[in-house]
Design a protein around this ligand. Sequence first.
Ligand code: SAH
Length: 372
Amino acid sequence: MTATEHPRLPMLAPRRGKPPRHFADLDAVERKDALKQLGQPGFRAKQLATHYYDHLTVDADDMTDLPAAAREDLVAELFPPLLSPVTQLVTPDGETVKTLFTLVDGAKLECVLMKYPDRATLCVTSQAGCGMACPFCATGQMGLTRNLSAAEIVEQVRLAARAARDGSLGGDPVRLSNVVFMGMGEPLANYNAVMTAVRALTSPAPEGFGLSARHVTVSTVGLVTGIDRLAGEGIPVTLALSLHAPDDELRDEIVPINARWKVDEALDAARRYFDATGRRVSIEYALIRNINDHAHRAELLAKKLRARGDGWVHVNPIPLNPTPGSKWTASDPAVEREFVRILRMHGIPTTIRDTRGSDIDGACGQLAIKER
Ligand code: SAH
């Protein structure tokens, strides 16, 4: 592993309260109002959006179509710096890059960029910390610090898209094509900011980054009201449900929100999501040795999924990535194979999930911040 420090990057002064207002937080009406207050015509909103979402820049010097006298002011007012990179870790093959950022109030976040030959996927953070308290997850152990603003989420994407486009992380330039809300936090517990960010991701340029909705994945612990709201948005993002157990007795233990919404309620909501969007839902299942990896649980999972129809779901088991000091570990490979075999035998499409980035603590659930 190689760690690159960035001592010359300006550190943002710690400050209390909400992050400053940013262009990416505002809707069309709010942008026009903000411009009016700055003495600028409303059509500048489109120019600024083009610089931000299409050219991926917030550098006043790049904005030569704006009046020279106003550029610096517009940038200072509408594109305040929100994320300051602190550390970057790169896997030896150079294909996975984890960046730790500090926010204006000193909160930290991480995101992970995974490069493939022709595209790249970014795993983004939606909250500083997380309130869901899943005992196997590193972020779950930290508790919730605060929700991120929409712009703090969107900035993760802009910075990664630019780095991927410019090849500035090493290797050939690639297009950032996929975004997964599988970093720190529970996205549906920060619903409005996440939806503003999702709209920015999926709107065509210059109003957004123009990603295909199917290439955006919102992963949830199973907040049923949030899933139903998401289903009604008319943006068919991919939904991932972190199930991890097919029975309430065990899920009550390993996914505490199960006290509020039971396995069957979460699965019913996932099925409704499919009905509303036509998007096949992913069931996430971290295989934890001797905890949830039994053949009878694979059978029960298959039964519950089949009971809700065919062709609406697939399962993504992932070997547990043990958190430091955890009493749990990943399932035995033979047990994992058997779990997958049983699901497939019952006709459930099943693919073991990529554990890329585990050697830089960048794999699922490992985005705990050691600097804390
Ligand atoms: N709060 C969202 C996003 C969490 S991170 C959710 O619960 O879906 C994305 C995925 O990583 C979730 O499925 C989460 O359960 C899983 N995960 C967390 N810790 C893990 C670990 N130690 N090993 C493997 N997967 C983990």
